[in-house]
Design a protein around this ligand. Sequence first.
Ligand code: CA
Length: 342
Amino acid sequence: MATAQTIFKRIATEEAFVTQEIADEWDKIIATGAPGDPGFRMMGQTILKPSPGTKIIHKRLTDLGAGRIKDMEADGIDMQVISITSPGVQVLEGSLAHELAVHANDQLAAAVKKHPHRFAGLAAIAPQRAELAAIELDRAVSTLGLKGALINSHTNGKYLDDKIYWPILDAANALKVPIYLHPQTPSPSMVKPYLDYGLYFAGWGFAAETSLHALRLIMSGVFDQFPNLIIILGHMGEGIPFHLQRIDNRYLLQVKIGAVKKMQKLPSEYFKDNFVITTSGVVQQSSLQLSLEELGADRILYAADYPYESVTESVHFIDEAKISDNDKHKVYHGNAERLFSL
Ligand code: CA
């Protein structure tokens, strides 16, 4: 149990930014009411709509300097691992998306260089141009010093188990850097029933979309091909830790009847070996306890989800968790230091 005197270093690992150039391109899509991704269009009509609230969020998202550090200090956050906010460049035309990802990585790397003890970064890449994305991931890690990449789930309804994206997975595997699989709205082929009642958004649709994506990676055998690849899932593993027993159980039944191919390991074993999860946006103690029981304290990282969620609440959540100080050190900073070589 933590005592009042215990001071923990805090590294927050799913902290968002956007470049003005990417935000401008989103605005263009939203303003024209262009067809395309219905999930993104709904975002444009609802939570991205201009308002005093979105103005504050936008200001925080585009600040990679003093304003961000001031906010971090207010909650005792020592370091942010910063990444492009959802849906990043993945809703843009491929060549433009690649160009803006490169530009975003340059901006992020410059901020990290200026504040190396405060910021680390994950690269934005454009899966629409998978070969170029793999080259950019290599440049971002080898030349710019970024620590991996973040991909906002599906790209035009396609998932990373598709072999067209394997150059990206291959690059991450070879560079020994993780890919943060971050939510976005459900893909066009599944979003329709989510569009009512706000369900397309972070309360449910994001987790449904991203957990599906993670399970596609597992069930397709991607990790037999890339055994060292690490995927990071936010939001306490997008619900997957809760379902591991049943996922294994029904997988085994499907193998038995010949409906799916037998893999080298059980789905839960891939999940425990090839995934780590973060606490972003979740302050439910029972979710943390279940995840600790299923995955262990070495595979859970603290994240606040700045500037979307209350950083104060996320800090109270971990501070007050009924876990050992040793585990708290792992969650707050030790696991992030190891995973991102900080
Ligand atoms: Ca987020």
